[in-house]
Ligand binder design. Structure first.
Ligand code: NAD
Ligand code: TYD
Length: 334
């Protein structure tokens, strides 16, 4: 099989490619990525020489390139997106362009060449839960609340509409917050790990009582694999973490303890505008229909993640240099 992976130089996509090459070593993979600030070929340097792996630098909005690549592959796994909520608050335009128009370009090519598409989405399209409310599932109404989640919701609707209207073969996964190796240090877990390693404080938004459901990236990617093998065309699957619903403050305290710091490293900062209070995922459908469930709990996943960051401090240093500094000062200095 020939797999076209969009956004394969980012956090989840690079872990997916490494996973796929290990589990399906006979398949050919083309990694198609624009290499924005979040894309990094260093994430895949251990597989770069494999004869079954090819990298193509380009934009998912580039129609000619997208059509040529999709024509020459069998399956498209679509990760490419602008993915950071805070950056979408600072400037939504690139989110609409890549996440909505880029996905439309992919869909037009998938339609033209009759290829199978798996679209990677997020639980953030469902909006925010109150404490105690039942977790999101495949029936939950879409109610996105940030420019990021609205752009992902739009892309999901487009994918479904191309299935209904043109009969394209698609599946979607809506996954909770991922963490693990190669996670760009602007999201809470890698940012806090790297700040604590560097002896810097960690910026907790508002009262720190927001809740997230954390999934180790390998569990997510195994879920995508099972959807590609056994998922029903036209269906959506919710993927979530293993007993991993936790407030940001509890998570911060866990990281502080695992890294041998103390609570004086917590700095409460201005809240994110429109901050979603809680996300949680009910993955019963994936368990029943695919036999999928997450295997790595939060404590084990955090230990593995911290070990990876300790062993890859140069990678972190390079991510946090240059333009990253400007972003950090602009956002946290608001
Ligand atoms: P990321 O920001 O780390 O990586 C995104 C990748 O897409 C980068 O390599 C970037 O260069 C590439 N890209 C961006 N714009 C592009 C364009 N116009 N053309 C081609 N490539 C482009 O993101 P991630 O955390 O790996 O997320 C991957 C996908 O998973 C996204 O669709 C995201 O919405 C979804 N998702 C993420 C999470 C999470 O917790 N990180 C949770 C659920 C779903
Ligand atoms: P993030 O990692 O940006 O993921 P998302 O917004 O997609 O869930 O943020 C996770 C949670 O951590 C979210 O409630 C916002 C909070 N947060 C902080 O408190 N401080 C920070 O510096 C960051 C980046 C996030």
């Amino acid at each position: 099989m020939k797999l076209l992976v969009t956004g394969g130089a980012g956090f989840i996509g690079s872990n997916f490619i490494r996973y796929w090459m290990r589990e399906h070593s006979q398949d050919e993979i083309v990694n198609f990525d624009l290499l924005t600030y979040a894309g990094n070929l260093e994430n895949l340097k251990d597989v770069a020489d494999n004869k079954n792996y090819t990298f193509v630098k380009g934009d998912i909005c580039d129609r000619d390139l997208v059509f040529n690549l999709i024509r020459d592959n069998d399956v498209v796994v679509h990760f490419a997106a602008e993915s950071h909520v805070d950056r979408s608050i600072m400037d939504p335009s690139s989110f609409i362009r890549t996440n909505v128009l880029g996905t439309q370009t992919i869909l037009d090519a998938v339609r033209e060449y009759k290829k199978r598409l798996h679209h990677i989405s997020t639980d953030e399209v469902f909006g925010a839960l109150r404490p105690g409310e039942p977790a999101f599932n495949e029936q939950t109404r879409y109610a996105p609340r940030s420019p990021y989640s609205a752009s992902k919701a739009a892309s999901d609707h487009l994918v479904c509409s191309y299935h209904t209207t043109y009969g394209i073969e698609m599946t979607i996964s809506n996954c909770s917050n991922n963490y693990g190796p190669y996670h760009f240090p602007e999201k809470i877990i890698p940012l806090f790990i790297s700040n604590l390693m560097e002896g810097k404080k960690v910026p907790v938004y508002g009262d720190g009582q927001q809740m997230r459901d954390w999934i180790y990236v390998e569990d997510h990617n195994r879920g995508v694999d099972m959807i590609l093998q056994k998922g029903k065309i036209g269906e959506t699957y919710c993927l979530g973490g293993k007993d991993a619903e936790i407030t940001n403050l509890e998570l911060t305290k866990k990281l502080i303890e695992l890294l041998g710091r103390d609570e004086s490293y917590i700095e409460y900062v201005k809240d994110r505008p429109g901050h979603d209070r809680r996300y949680a995922i009910d993955y019963t459908k994936a368990k029943k229909e695919l036999g999928w469930e997450p295997l790595i709990d939060l404590d084990e996943g955090l230990r593995m993640t911290i070990d990876w960051y300790k062993n890859n401090q140069e990678w972190v240093g390079r991510c946090k240099s240059g333009a990253y500094q400007e972003y950090y000062e602009e956002w946290y200095g608001r």
